[in-house]
Design a protein around this ligand. Structure first.
Ligand SMILES: Cc1cc2nc3c(=O)[nH]c(=O)nc-3n(C[C@H](O)[C@H](O)[C@H](O)COP(=O)(O)O)c2cc1C
Length: 170
C-alpha cells in the first residue's frame, strides 16, 4: 500500500482537545481539521448551551468540512466529554459523515468521568467500531503526560502497517 492517508478531526471549546489533536496529527504525519460550530460556546452561556445540547443528545449546526473523509484510509476523531456524552459538534460531524467514513479511531479529553460512555456513543454514531480509542484528562494533557497518547498512536501505526500487509488480499 502507498503511504496511508490519515485525517485527524476534532472539536475543542477550550483548547485541550486541540492540543491532543495537534500532537496526534504530528506523530502520524496526518492532515488536521477543526470542526467549527455555528453556536456560540463561549462563557457561562456557552457552557450551559453545551451542557443542555449534550444532555439532550442534540446535534448542532457546524460549518461544512473542508476535507472529505472519503479521501482517507483512517479518520481519527477527537471530542471533549460533555455530560458523559460526545460534544454536540462532533455528534453532528459523525452524523453528517457516517456514510462515507473509512476506518475510524476516537479520542476524548475530559475532566475525569464519562469518557467510556462518550467513546461508545462515538462508535454508535459512526456506525462502526474504532480500531483504537484513547481518553486523556485535561490535567494530563496540559502537564504533557502523554503515555496514553503514545500508546494510542502506536496502536494506530501497528494497525496501518497490518492493513498495508494484507491489502493484497482485498
Ligand atoms: C458542558 C460541559 C460538560 C462537561 N462534562 C464533563 C463530564 O461529564 N465529564 C468530564 O470528565 N468532563 C466534563 N467536562 C470537561 C471537559 O470534558 C474537559 O475540560 C475537556 O478537556 C475540555 O476539552 P476542550 O478544551 O477541548 O473543550 C465538561 C465540559 C463542558 C464544557
Amino acid at each position: 500500500m502507498s503511504e496511508a492517508k490519515v485525517l485527524v478531526v476534532y472539536f475543542s471549546r477550550t483548547g485541550t482537545t486541540r492540543l491532543l489533536a495537534s500532537a496526534i496529527a504530528k506523530m502520524l504525519a496526518a492532515d488536521l481539521e477543526e470542526i467549527c460550530d455555528r453556536s456560540n460556546r463561549e462563557g457561562p452561556g456557552g457552557y450551559l448551551r453545551s451542557l443542555v445540547d449534550a444532555i439532550r443528545k442534540r446535534p448542532t449546526e457546524i460549518v461544512p468540512a473542508g476535507l472529505s473523509v472519503s479521501a482517507y484510509d483512517l479518520v481519527v476523531i477527537g471530542s471533549p466529554v460533555w455530560a458523559g456524552s460526545v460534544s454536540a459538534p462532533v455528534r453532528s460531524y459523525l452524523i453528517e459523515n457516517r456514510a462515507r467514513l473509512p476506518q475510524v479511531a476516537f479520542f476524548c479529553s475530559c475532566g475525569g468521568h464519562g469518557a467510556a460512555a462518550a467513546l461508545r456513543e462515538m462508535s454508535v454514531l459512526a456506525g462502526k467500531p474504532a480500531v483504537a480509542e484513547c481518553r486523556i484528562t485535561a490535567a494530563a494533557a496540559h502537564q504533557g503526560v502523554h503515555a496514553e497518547l503514545a500508546d494510542f498512536v502506536g496502536a494506530l501505526k501497528r494497525h496501518l502497517a497490518w492493513s498495508s500487509e494484507f491489502e493484497w488480499m482485498c
